[in-house]
Write a protein that binds this ligand. Structure first.
Ligand SMILES: NC(=O)c1ccc[n+]([C@@H]2O[C@H](COP(=O)([O-])OP(=O)(O)OC[C@H]3O[C@@H](n4cnc5c(N)ncnc54)[C@H](OP(=O)(O)O)[C@@H]3O)[C@@H](O)[C@H]2O)c1
Length: 274
């Protein structure tokens, strides 16, 4: 199992993203991902699938401590008191006593960060989560959060794929021993897979374009990727990225696609990005 060490957390380098997966399909895909070797599952209160994810974990038959389970607290629920209640509700829906990682899903413009980070530390101290972290934080917000937190932060989960430069956020994570978890790691499939920078190495390594892109992620220091698929076979393939390596030139050619500067998840509540 390839894991990234991040301030005490040992996070499997490929996890299953579950946004949009619902009900029985979500349970079956989680179970099948675990049977394919996944040990890291990413969900969120906002995804409205925690019950299904929990059912899938139990159906896999694996002991709870063999799975790294992440959930997130929606940004409207991160005030003191609300955050703790949100984590308790997530645990109840998931049917487990603890998360491996609890993340603030997005920063809030109206709740003081000190209150949210204080509440996040409290759920850690109470044993409701083994690790804490943030998501969609800029480098400036990372500095503020790190300074406010008693327990070290394990990661920042952000959008990252070949069309988006995240060097500034990645440096901030590295500086503080945090992992950077890439969401939308495949840029949602898009037109990425047909580009020669991806398609050519796919052909020469005998891999799929998605596997090339995921390899590009995990071959970077401190980077973890959480691809989602609604198809069990593609989920299985997305995990098979540890038996080959991209050359420096292949890595650089894929990284150069960042010139497109394409961000997928940008909302009116987003922070001022780096
Ligand atoms: N923290 C946040 O704010 C945040 C925001 C967005 C996402 N996330 C997390 O990150 C996860 C991943 O991001 P995402 O779901 O937005 O995007 P993604 O993983 O980049 O892309 C998912 C899309 O790629 C396709 N796909 C997956 N594997 C493929 C393969 N091997 N070949 C061809 N197509 C493939 C899927 O289609 P099929 O289903 O047809 O295979 C799906 O349409 C989410 O599920 C969620 O857990 C977090």
């Amino acid at each position: 199992m390839h894991r990234v060490s991040a301030n005490g957390a040992k996070i499997p380098a490929i996890g299953l993203g579950t946004w949009t997966l619902r009900d029985e399909a979500a349970s079956e895909l989680v179970e099948s991902a675990i049977k394919s070797g996944y040990r890291h599952i990413d969900t969120a209160a906002m995804y409205e699938n925690e019950e299904a994810v929990g059912a899938g974990l139990r159906a896999s038959g694996l002991a709870r401590d063999e799975i790294f389970l992440t959930s997130k607290i929606w940004y409207t629920d991160i005030a003191e008191g609300d955050l703790q209640r949100s984590v308790e509700a997530s645990l109840k829906r998931l049917g487990t006593d603890y998360l491996d990682l609890a993340l603030i899903h997005w920063p809030s413009k109206s709740v003081a960060l000190a209150d949210s980070i204080g509440a996040l530390n409290e759920v850690h101290t109470r044993g409701l989560t083994r690790n804490i972290g943030v998501s969609n934080f800029t480098s400036t917000l990372i500095e503020e959060a790190v300074a406010l937190s008693t327990h070290p932060l394990a990661c920042n989960q952000v959008e990252y794929h070949p069309f988006l430069n995240q060097d500034t956020v990645k440096s901030a994570c590295n500086r503080h021993g945090m992992a950077m978890v890439s969401y939308c790691p495949l840029a949602r499939g898009s037109d990425l897979f047909g580009l020669p920078e991806v398609a050519d190495p796919a052909q020469s390594h005998g891999k799929t374009p998605a596997q090339i892109v995921l390899r590009w992620h995990v071959q970077q220091e401190g980077v973890i990727a959480i691809p989602r698929s609604s198809n069990a076979e593609r989920i299985r393939q997305n995990f098979e990225v540890f038996d080959f390596a991209l050359s420096d030139d292949e890595m650089a050619a894929i990284s150069a696609l960042r010139e497109r500067n394409h961000r997928i998840c940008d909302f009116d509540f987003s922070p001022d990005w780096d």
